[in-house]
Design a binder for this molecule. Structure first.
Ligand SMILES: [Zn+2]
Length: 66
């Protein structure tokens, strides 16, 4: 384990332009997942983005089954 101490980071959401906190717990989660980049969206926009992606995927699947 490295001795680097994590600190809350303040980032700007690319969707809504609002500042949001990338907190230590979230950073640890990202490290655990092996994600090296900081998040680009706040939680709200991230959820919306995820939902939109899922919707697109479902539409695609439905089309594929017909
Ligand atoms: Zn946002």
């Amino acid at each position: 384990m490295s001795e680097d101490k994590l600190q809350d980071k303040f980032l700007i959401c690319i969707d809504c332009g609002e500042e949001f906190v990338f907190d230590i717990a979230a950073q640890e989660y990202f490290i655990e997942k092996g994600w090296l980049e900081d998040p680009k969206r706040c939680k709200m926009c991230y959820k919306k983005h995820k939902k939109a992606q899922r919707k697109n995927a479902q539409q695609f699947e439905n089309r594929a089954h017909h």
